[in-house]
Write a protein that binds this ligand. Sequence first.
Ligand code: NDP
Length: 337
Amino acid sequence: MADQRRDVVIIGAGPAGLGASVYTGRALLRTAILESRLVGGQIIEAYDVDNYPGFPEGIAGAELIDRMVAQAQKFDVEVVNSGAEDVSVEDGGLKRVHVSGGDYVAPIVMVASGAYHRRLEVPGERKLSGRGVSYCATCDGPFFRDRKVVVVGGGDAALTEGVFLTRFASSVTLIHRRQGFRGRPAHLAEAQENQKMEFVLDTVVTEVLGEERVEGVRVRNVRSDQEWMLECDGVFVFIGHDPNTDYIADLVSLRPSGYIDVRDEVFTDVPGLFAAGDVADETYRQLGTSIGAGTRAAMTAERWLAEQGWQSVASGESTEGDARATPAVMPGPLHIG
Ligand code: NDP
């Protein structure tokens, strides 16, 4: 495939990337969003989003994403089912984003590749993933009608998804490695008041048991070292997320936690390369904050390209071919911020 020239390449089609693309597309910047997994990111797993303003009755994450995609496409944004494998900076500041089968070349790249759920990394977990081990209550909860399930974690996800699972399961046992909870008191109270929920604290899961399907978990109390087995049909793991930065870790600075090191919320240390959403936000990680970051990144990029006198590839005849031969050249080295 010949080089695909764009004004903006966004890596990741979650709320941050889609939100940014509405701004860049609407500003007539030729924009491609690359996504290696499901369009929408983590929010499509949300059964009911009730903390995003404008939807007082709540909205399913998948429906919200459908609407975001439709809005982006209205502004000629392309959503491409390919993941970025590597990003490099060429002489003059253009970025080259390598995908399977070809390269995208653009002056602006936005990294909005989100974060992935953590695994327990205990025996049996991978083997039984999709056979009772799940990381998404919305996706898999209905399969556990009148069954016993275990939830692992002590954050908001474990508490709220645990309560959600009580709609289906006969019992939900929440296993957490200490006494204190990271999740909000209101979520903890709701979980504690739920008759179907039980709590096993100071305890870790050491193995997921079963051959074809989950049959139970082996657990260990971290204070007494006592071990025992707990029968269950499903194990839902909600122990946080890790940012998806593997493909870019050689190019940009990361914080010790692995999240992209940004200043003023969207600037990386590479001029013209911005980051937005969960990949750079280890604190808030909310739908609203991701869209806010995407919006800021898009507006900053748009303004900067205008200042540089960048001529959009949308005004050229072709968006394919050798990027070095494009009429839309950067006037001198890129400086930003
Ligand atoms: P968090 O990082 O907040 O919580 C992760 C939990 O998993 C912690 O209790 C942690 O224990 C535990 N944990 C981590 N690693 C392990 C391990 N290897 N073995 C056992 N337990 C482990 O992640 P969440 O996904 O819950 O939440 C992420 C963000 O999303 C938060 O900001 C949260 O507020 C937000 N959120 C908000 C919701 C809402 O408002 N409706 C719903 C869901 C999430 P420890 O506490 O000991 O570190």
